[in-house]
Design a protein around this ligand. Sequence first.
Ligand SMILES: Nc1ncnc2c1ncn2[C@@H]1O[C@H](COP(=O)(O)OP(=O)(O)OP(=O)(O)O)[C@@H](O)[C@H]1O
Ligand SMILES: [Mg+2]
Length: 280
Amino acid sequence: MMIEFENVSFRYDPKTDYVLNDITFKINKAEFVAIVGKNGAGKTTLIKHFNGLLKPNEGIVRIDSLDITKEPISKMASIIGYSFQNPNHQLFAQNVKKELEFGPNNLKVEESTRDTTIQNLVDTFQINHLLERSPFELSGGERRLVSIASVLTMNQQVLVLDEPTYGQDYRQKKRLGSFLNKLTDEGITVVVVSHDMDFILDFIPRTIVLSGGKIVADGETSKVLSDQTLLQDADLISPLLLDLCKSLQQIDDSFTISINEQEVYENILALISKDRKISR
Ligand SMILES: Nc1ncnc2c1ncn2[C@@H]1O[C@H](COP(=O)(O)OP(=O)(O)OP(=O)(O)O)[C@@H](O)[C@H]1O
Ligand SMILES: [Mg+2]
């Protein structure tokens, strides 16, 4: 489904400043989009407008042709999966298995479909050993993973995830990135808020930068995240891989900038061996 913000402004209190200022953008069906910005930039506030958790003071938010302010939250919940920045706001069941079953049961999904979806998620994220455990006895990383998986059980058309890689180890991040990528191939629209520039560069083709409640950039991730002036103005840092490439290009201007780890690794090896040949 398509998401559209048209001149959206929002403040928590009429006595305070706007947290979102005249936001306009469009995300097409099956797009994979990252939203970045420093602490307090307004990212969480923005994505809470996707499913009507917050309603704009001015402007319109549409999901396809639906005006979200006019739809009941329960209807939006069946269309949009939302994973909270703090997993504790989301988990409550007695054990992980029940936690994963809660969403599909609520949406009255048929049991066999529910179980197949859950099994697929359990296999993908390798959390079989956690099923009988209480969500509140899990480690921070495990808890976040379960909270994300519990959203993915509902097969909604739009997914909005707030900081999904926070506290995740390298392999879990890769699994999550590939899984979300695959979902977009199947037509699901995925929006991720993240401070993890390396994850974004690796998996998410489009990035929107928020600063002071305004959109200051929106475009191809590799271009947005290599724009030093823009990043500095928004108080952000570029991904390590791009930094490294840029430094190496200053040493040898034939060095090609790439966003693929393996390619960068090979380019570095080529650079070293070229250097050795010259110095011999
Ligand atoms: N419930 C609330 N009531 C009043 N002000 C709020 C509320 N939630 C957030 N704010 C304020 O709105 C601004 C934007 O907050 P928001 O949570 O959207 O930022 P964020 O970009 O998600 O930051 P972070 O990276 O720290 O998660 C901040 O100044 C924050 O203090
Ligand atoms: Mg936030």
